[in-house]
Design a protein around this ligand. Structure first.
Ligand SMILES: [Ca+2]
Length: 390
């Protein structure tokens, strides 16, 4: 290739125009490490924002206001180990489908000594959570500070879905993701209204291993590495982004009993560091969409857009890359075949003072959430909330 042509290609890639922009909202509210924003179905349209250090805020109605309320503050609980500051903490918040009547909501957070993931229930009293009402449902042992997921979401079936990573530093060393004798490397599903198990929760009758014989009954789907971003769309499909290791980042449609491949597979290919073959009778489900580490390094799952302000995105699954600050709009047909995947935004970068270091990515998406109007908010690890627009 002639040098001039090569230069032209590089510059056009570097300056590719974004089709969408982000506008900062709730700028006057301290929003360090936001991980999920949820609006319970109780008619109040309150926007609850979970911060990874352990706080839950109720954001003001006015995007320019400063008067956020502290709904819950679990920061004294020391959720993170000294080496756990990146992924440990409060990573899941979900409201009971009958929150309006019963005031119940659910949390998923890490605790130390022993290192574990805790799924618990609390009751709200108006704009305050009552910490004394906490009821622990499930505790899952962890062996590393990273790759434990922790997102929780209620399905249209009324059951609580819990995304749990393989708890391996790398390589699924302990071969947990395919082992249904443990709860890590899985999507779990439990019934919070029952008291059949540990007098704390129940198992939906159609969970794939509901009998609990040779496998844990809480398992709903398996072969998962590090689920980050779970979403039920209007058609009842469960979208789960699964953070990859060396080559691929994944977006999956997760179904009851499905095996999503890890660590036999990474994305739509065999995982090169694993040489043993899966059992002959095992069906491994490939992602609906995967991108390679040429395009991004850590997927953040999103939601299917149903707002009004951006008609071109109607029905698209909006997701992003945490490390490189990109946002895409993915469209599929009903069979899961991708019909388009448009890059709609790329974060600006700030050059590092030290030329040997990488530039800072200014927008690092941790979650994509709908506001009360169905418009898309991007939660940003750098401590900001942005609204997606044109
Ligand atoms: Ca997979």
């Amino acid at each position: 290739m002639r040098p001039l042509l090569c230069l032209a290609l590089i510059s056009s890639a570097a300056f590719a125009a974004d089709t969408h922009k982000l506008t900062r909202v709730y700028e006057k509210v301290a929003t360090e490490r936001p991980v999920v924003l949820v609006i319970p179905d109780d008619g109040t349209q309150r926007q609850f924002l979970a911060l990874q250090r352990g706080k839950v805020l109720i954001l003001p109605k006015d995007e320019q206001a400063a008067d956020a309320k502290t709904f819950l503050d679990l920061t004294p609980r020391d959720m993170e180990a000294k080496d756990g500051l990146f992924e440990e903490g409060l990573n899941g918040l979900a409201f009971h489908p009958k929150f309006k009547d019963n005031g119940l909501f659910y949390l998923c957070y890490t605790q130390q000594k022993p290192k574990r993931l805790v799924i618990s229930e609390m009751k709200a009293d108006g704009d305050k959570a009552d910490e004394k009402t906490e009821r622990v449902l499930l505790e899952i042992p962890l062996i590393n500070w990273n790759h434990h997921g922790g997102n929780i979401i209620f399905g249209p079936d009324g059951f609580l879905y819990i995304g749990v990573g393989d708890t391996s530093k790398r390589n699924d060393e302990q071969r947990m993701a395919q082992l249904n004798a443990v709860l890590v490397g899985k999507i779990l599903r439990i019934d919070v209204n029952s008291r059949e198990y540990h007098n704390a929760y129940g198992i939906p009758a159609d969970n794939p291993f509901a009998s609990g014989v040779n496998a844990q009954p809480q398992v709903y789907a398996y072969g998962i590495r590090n689920p980050w971003g779970m979403h039920f769309d209007a058609k009842g499909r469960l979208w789960v982004a699964d953070v990859g290791q060396d080559i691929y980042e994944e977006i999956n449609w997760v179904t009851n009993g499905g095996n999503y491949g890890w660590s036999f597979r990474e994305g739509p290919q065999q995982f090169p560091l694993r040489t043993d073959a899966p059992p002959a009778d095992v069906k491994l489900i490939d992602p609906v969409h995967a991108y390679t580490h040429a395009d991004g390094l850590s997927v953040t799952g999103g939601i299917v857009y149903t707002g009004k302000a951006l008609p071109g995105l109607q029905g698209a699954y909006i997701y992003g890359d945490f490390v490189l600050g990109k946002i895409w709009a993915l469209k599929t047909d009903d069979s899961g075949k991708v019909t388009s995947n448009d890059l709609i935004y790329t974060s600006p970068q700030a050059p590092a003072a030290d030329p040997k270091k990488k530039p800072a990515i200014l927008v690092k998406p941790t979650a994509f959430c709908a506001n009360a109007d169905g418009e898309l908010l991007v939660l940003d690890w750098n401590g900001a909330i942005h609204k997606l627009g044109k």
